[in-house]
Design a protein around this ligand. Structure first.
Ligand code: GLN
Length: 276
């Protein structure tokens, strides 16, 4: 059994659950029993092997998480246990170690990705748009449809503005005027978690402003730039866009396969650990 949770405090969580179910139809590994659950409490989170933090409003999600005693358990899940976690849009913001404040203020982040995000990057006039993009990482597990572009939906989307110096697993207390300080994580639970924390940030997809794939986004104010719209750091993955708002399950399929790899790695580790 593998249990995948979707944080269900606010935002597009039911859409994620629907696509996860759809994704299991096309998975290579068929002999796995998947449970997909909505997560609102620390007890529900504790059942999960992996977690999705959906799109929505990051300030709201963070406030509700803080109020319901979820912020610390979430940080532990992502930053100490290093279980597979995927954030989409607002979820990416929450998984960043640093984010800019908007006029409405900031929020406490979960952290787990050594990146700084710029919220609402595409500005007011083009808050939302779609782009058909090639996502190179889909090629690895899905040769069949890998060449078909993926329709990426951006809604007041953040981008990864900067990859930060590696600081996961290192106890720091530094603060700056516009960053939320993410509470230093506890020590890794074991050697495998320690290894996982050493992973570097990989850029998984970029959006170039002049891409003909861009639709209704003529007024993009960062013309000429290439924006990072997907990153991963070991088990933690983030996308600026909302795969849960399309009917295309390919990223969910890819991610479920990644979860299986991580779960197997942990099982191997625990077996080896017991036999010493
Ligand atoms: N702009 C939103 C935020 O800052 C994210 C938007 C989204 O998830 N669609 O939380």
């Amino acid at each position: 059994d593998v249990t995948v949770g979707v944080l269900a405090l606010q935002g597009a969580f039911s859409e994620h659950i629907q696509l996860l179910r759809q994704a299991t139809d096309t998975l290579n590994s068929r002999n796995v029993k998947w449970n997909f659950i909505e997560v609102r409490t620390p007890a529900e989170l504790a059942q999960c092997d992996a977690l999705i933090v959906p799109g929505g409003e990051s300030t709201t999600i963070s406030l509700v998480a803080a109020r319901s005693g979820m912020l610390e358990p979430l940080r532990e899940f992502v930053k100490v246990l290093r279980k597979p976690t995927w954030g989409t849009c607002a979820g990416l913001i929450l998984l960043a170690e640093s984010a800019n404040r908007t006029k409405k203020g900031g929020q406490d982040l979960i952290g787990g990705l050594d990146v700084r995000v710029n919220r609402n990057h595409f500005g007011r006039q083009v808050e939302s748009f779609q782009a058909n993009l090639q996502l190179p990482f889909l090629g690895a597990s899905l040769d069949k449809d890998a060449n078909e572009p993926y329709r990426c939906v951006f809604i007041r989307a953040p981008v990864v503005e900067k990859i930060l110096p590696h600081k996961l697993g290192i106890q720091t207390e530094e603060a700056s005027a516009d960053d939320r300080v993410v509470a230093p994580a506890k020590q890794p639970v074991d050697e495998l978690a320690k290894e996982e924390l050493k992973a570097e940030v990989e850029v998984m997809a970029k959006l170039s402003t002049h891409s003909p794939a861009l639709q209704n986004n003529q007024e993009h104010h960062h013309a000429g730039a290439e924006d990072i719209i997907a990153v991963r750091q070991g088990n933690v993955f983030g996308t600026s866009f909302h795969p849960e708002l399309t009917a295309d399950p390919r990223i969910h399929v890819w991610w479920l396969e990644e979860i299986l790899k991580a779960v197997e790695k942990r099982q191997q580790f625990e077996l080896a650990d017991r036999s010493v």
